[in-house]
Design a protein around this ligand. Sequence first.
Ligand code: ADP
Ligand code: MG
Length: 328
Amino acid sequence: MKRCFSIWSAAVSVIVLGAAWPVHADWYRDAQDIMGTRVQAELWHHDAAAAQDLLDAVMAEMRRIDHAYSTHRDSSELSALNRQAAQGWAPVSAELYDLLERSRRVSELTEGAFDVTYASVGRYYDYRAGKRPDPARFDEAVEAIDYRYVELDPDGPRVRYAHPQVHVDLGGIAKGYAYCSSSRRCPALDRPACSPAESRHLGDRGVEPRRGIRDPRDADAMAAVLPLTDTAVSTSGDYERFFEEDGVRYHHILDPATGRSARDAWSVTILGPDATFTDALSTSVFVLGPERGLALIDDMPGIDAIIIDASGRLRYSADLLQAADGGL
Ligand code: ADP
Ligand code: MG
C-alpha cells in the first residue's frame, strides 16, 4: 500500500508516495479558499483523527502565510512594509527578509523578468472590476518598477525602498512558498526538498503520478498530461485573472520592463525540485517568452519547462524533448 499526500490549488497539486503503510488506509480531504484561490489537500492515511490533524495544520499554515504577506490585507506585515519602507529602514521578520532575498536572487537570474516591484504598477489593476491604471499615473508608476529599489540590510532583517512609489507584492512566489512551508507540517512529506505554485509529486513505487496542463483557451480541456516523479510543478497562465477591453486581454502577469501584461505566452509550466523556485520561475518564463525562457531553463540542470506560446503551440525544454524521443 502506498502513502500519499497531496495539496491541490488552482494551479497546484502535490502527491507523495512513500514507504509501505500498514493495514487499511483511506483518502482524507479538505478544501478551503485561501490566498485568492481554492486550496485542496488530500492525504492517504490509516488513522482518521491523525489525518484530520494534518489537514488542519496544512490549512492553518496556508492561512498564516496569507495573513502575513497578502497585500489585500492592510494588517499584513507586507502591507506595513509597503507603508513604511520608502521613509527609511523598516524592521521585518526573518521570514519576510528571506522571501525578499529569494525574490531578488530570481530577479538576478532572470534579468529582471521576475520583479516583486511589478506591483508599483500592478496595484492599480483591478481584474475583477475590469480596471487598469489611469494613463496619467501609469508612466510615473512604471518608473518605480525595479527590484534593486528594494534594499536589504546585510547586517540584519531591515528593508528600505530607494524610490518613493515602490510597492511590493509576493504573489508570484508566495503560493509555492506556502506549499513548501505547509507541507513541512505534514510528516508524510518527509523529504527535505519542497515545492509549490503549486505542486509536488514524490515517489515512484509503482503508481505513477500524473498531472494535466489545462488548455489555456478551454477550461474543460487538457493541453498535455505529464508523468511526474519527485517533482514540483508550477503553472502560470494568462487565464487566471484577466479582463478584456477592445479585444485586448489584460491579465495578472506583468512585464516589469513595460508595466503591461506579458504577451508572448498563454501558459508556462515549470518542473523542478523546489516549489518556491518553480513558482517564481513559471512567472519569470511567462514574462521572458518562449525563446528567452527556454534558453534560461536549458541552462539550469534539473529544471524543465512546457510552454504554450502565443499561437497555442506546445514548446518543451531540451531535456523533455530528449526524454520524449527516448519514449517518455
Ligand atoms: P498564478 O497566480 O496563476 O499561480 P503566477 O505564479 O505566475 O500565477 O503568479 C502570478 C502573480 O505573480 C500575479 O498575480 C502577481 O501577484 C505576481 N506577478 C505578476 N507579474 C510579476 C512579475 N513580473 N514578477 C513577479 N511577480 C509577478
Ligand atoms: Mg509563479
